[in-house]
Structures are given as C-alpha cells and as structure tokens.
Ligand binder design. Sequence first.
Ligand code: HEM
Length: 492
Amino acid sequence: MLVELLLFGGLLFLLWKSFRKPPELPPGKWGLPLVGYIPWTSKTFEDQVSDFHKQYGHIFLWRMGTQLMVFINDYKLVKETFSRVEFTNRPDWETFKFFEDPAIGIGSSSGALWHRNRRFTLRQLRDLGMGKSRLVEVVQQQTLKLRESLSINAGTPGRIPHQLFVTIINVIWQMVASRQFDAEDKKLKSFAKDMDDFVILSNRLAFKDFLPWLQTIMPEFLFKRLINYHGMVQMKERFFAYFYEEIKNHRATLDPDNPRDLIDGYLLEMETNKDDTETTYSDADLAFLVFDLFFAGSETTTNTFNWMCCFLASHPHVQRKLHAEIDEVLCNGILPTLTERPRMPYTEAVINEVLRISALVNFGVQHMANTDTQLGGYTIPKGTILSSSVTSIHYDNRYWVQPNEFRPERWLDENGKLSMKKEGFLAFGVGKRVCTGESLARMELFIITSMIFQSFSIAPPPGKSINLIPDLSGFFFRKPMYNEFVFTMRKQ
Ligand code: HEM
C-alpha cells in the first residue's frame, strides 16, 4: 500500500511540475504538458512575439510543444548572449540535421567541426576575394547581364527578373567551384526551385522537433507523410548529386600548387590532415559546406535587393539623391569598383537602411544552450532554444528615431559621412556565429545597386503603389510581397 501511495504521490508531483513553470525560468507562456502554449489567435507569429514582448519584457519564454524557446528583444542582451560559448551551438533540430545526423557543414553544425569549418570558410572567402577587388569583376559582369534583362522590358510593368538570382548564385559559385551558370541552365532552375521548396517543406520537420511524441503514437507511414519525409529525401539527393559530381571533378584535376577555389582548398586541407585519426574532413562535410553557402548567401542577398527595389520605388526623393550621388561619382557610365565605395556614403546608407527596415532574417538563426546556465538573471536549462527578435530590435525607438520611416540619412553624420552605427543593428547577427558572408553581401549589394540605378529609375506601375507589408508565411524570412515595377532607362 505504501509503495502505491508513494508512486501515486510521485505521479502527482510530476504532473504538478509539468503544469507549472519553474519560477527561476524567464517569465512567459508555459501552457500544457506535451503541447505547451498554443495561442488561439489569427495574429502572425511576429505580432504574437511582439505582444509577449510588451507583456513580459526583453526576455521571455514560450514553451512550444515540448521545446523551451527563449526570445530576446534587447540588442545588448542579444549581443551578450550570442558572444558566450554556452550559446554557440545550433538547436538539435531535425531541420538542421535531417540531411546528416549529427549536422555537418557550417550553418547547422556545432562544436569542434563547426569551429574548424567556420575558420576555414572565413579564410577561404577572404583569400578568394570577399570584399576585395578580385571578385568585383565577376559581380560587374553578372550585373551587366541583369541590366540587359531589365532593358528588354524597360518601360513596362514586370517583376524583378530571374537574372538577379543568377547573378548572386554565380558570385558564390565562382568562389566555391570556379564556375558560373548560364541563366537558362536547367540545373540552376531546378536548384532555384528546390531552394524555395526547401524553406516550405522543412517547416514540416518542426513536428518532429516540437511534438516528438507524435512519432510514438502515429503509424510510421503517416508520420513520414506528415513531415514529407520522402519529398525531403528526394530533395537531398537532387541537391547533393550535383555537389558530389563537382567534388569528384575537382579531385581529378587538383593542382596542389594552384588551388582554384574553396573546393580545392578543402581537398588540400583534407589531404594534409589525412593521417590525423581525429579528423572530421569528408566529402559529405564539404558538400554540406557548399550547400550552406548557397543557401545562406543566395536567398538573403536576393531578397535584400528585392526590398531595395520596393523602398526605392516607393520613396522617389531617396531615389533622386541616390541617382545624384551615382551620377557624380560614376560619371560617364564607368562601372563601380570598391575604390568608389568611400565616396558613395549615400548609397551605403541606403543599403544599411534597407537591411534595417526589412529585418529580413526576422528571428535570426536559432542558437541552443549547451549547458544549464544563467542569463539576464534567469536560469536557462540545457537544450533551451534562443532566438533574437530582430524586427523588434530594428524598430526599437531607443536606438532608432522614428523607426517606421525609411530614412537613409540616419546612417550619415553631420558632415554627410557614413556612420556605421552598430547598436540596435542585427541584420547579420552578432557574436560568435555572426554571418561569415557579411563583407561579400555588402560588396554585392553595393555594386548591384549602383550599377542598376546608374542605368534605371524605378517606380510602381501607373496608378498602383508598392506593397511594403512583409510576407510572413515562411519562418526564416520576412520577404517582400509580390510587386511589379516599371524600370525606365535613364539618360546620362
Ligand atoms: C544580405 C545578405 C545576408 C544576410 C542578411 C545574412 C544574415 C545572416 C544571419 C542573420 C546569420 C545568422 C547568425 C547567427 O547564427 O546568429 C547568418 C549566418 C551565416 N551566413 Fe549570412 N547573411 C547574408 C549573406 C550571406 C552570404 C553572401 C554568405 C556567404 C556566401 C553567408 C553565409 C553565412 C553562413 C555560412 C552563416 C552561418 C555562420 C555560422 O553558423 O557560424 N551569408 N547570415
């Protein structure tokens, strides 16, 4: 009898514990065991987070299913958090490890392998011309093609041509594999489609991460259908077949004295470390690294330029100032190089303001606590996921005067010089996992923006206006809505 009573008491204690949020955790929504807190509202996820921010303050908890999520809405606290080693890991989520478990490559991996790949990637991107003149020519040549496709439909309403994506992809592909795709390349078109689909399909994997118990109560075939298991496997095969083929070609033609690109660089490091028993170099790791660069570098930069078009088309006075600076510095149609950058502070200010106001990666990329620790006066248990609320911070009026206004001037000092204000700016993240491609992205955006608006002005179609409300249907990005533009050739 005593044993039964003790067991019953233990059960009651466990139930009570899972219904009640431990007081040492950050304030927030706890909800019910197994399902966590489900908001019964039609509000967007972003608005919901914003409401909780108002209710609970700069750090709050939201139990989603069985997963503890902590949202940080204060720039200084995000900076402190993501600079600490305890918060450097990526979540142990299916979204990150579906293709390979444990995750490899750079964007999804953790620990020593991530650290090594991050150092390798930063070195390679720097040596292969990130932010330097060597890549400038590739960006210029690709942007000339974008100009060509824009000029075909100049004067008539249309969307931003596919060539923008081709331009961005080709810059990455040049550094990674010394290759460039033709705009009509079938492989590239299927790549583009797969990347779009990946963002949508991978959302379904969240069932495994947030409601893992579903897998134990559902028949396997039904659960696999729920997470679109087969679609994801086929997508992985399509993506990686191409990368493995490139790795094979590179290995066959590798000249150790003349590494051509990032793939060669990796193969050489692999060879140097082949006798090291601890080594984690592999073809699979290299293929994932390449996938990560494609994924992290293409959607982000393409969507930022799309946002740029939306804001310039709806703010003609900003466009006029941009045109004036371009015409003065890039007179007689000369093409921009990095030498002109310091003389074009307004162009740089427009790019920064687009990055701020669009808050494209609206919740950053999630990090995970790799140990029980303290943050902001609260306990953060091991395995808790941490997200920065980039939109709240980019619209925080402690850092930005009239944050809802598109005002590039906020990035200029009283002498018209660029002031690279960092407080309150999180477009590329902060801390130990800050974006490795920031300089490359800024270089691409500078050349593409100045070359396109050297030749064109942009406006909404007659009688229409640009929709600046973000499309929040994907979890990772705050994309612009579908808009049509009229590009008109400028007389110079
Ligand atoms: C406008 C363009 C871009 C934006 C807004 C952007 C933004 C970001 C953000 C927010 C993160 C997450 C930081 C974190 O985990 O806390 C990130 C990570 C990353 N980005 Fe970018 N990015 C851009 C372009 C690029 C480009 C061009 C590349 C390279 C080709 C790149 C490569 C990466 C990689 C590899 C990571 C993962 C770093 C790691 O996990 O250590 N990004 N980026």
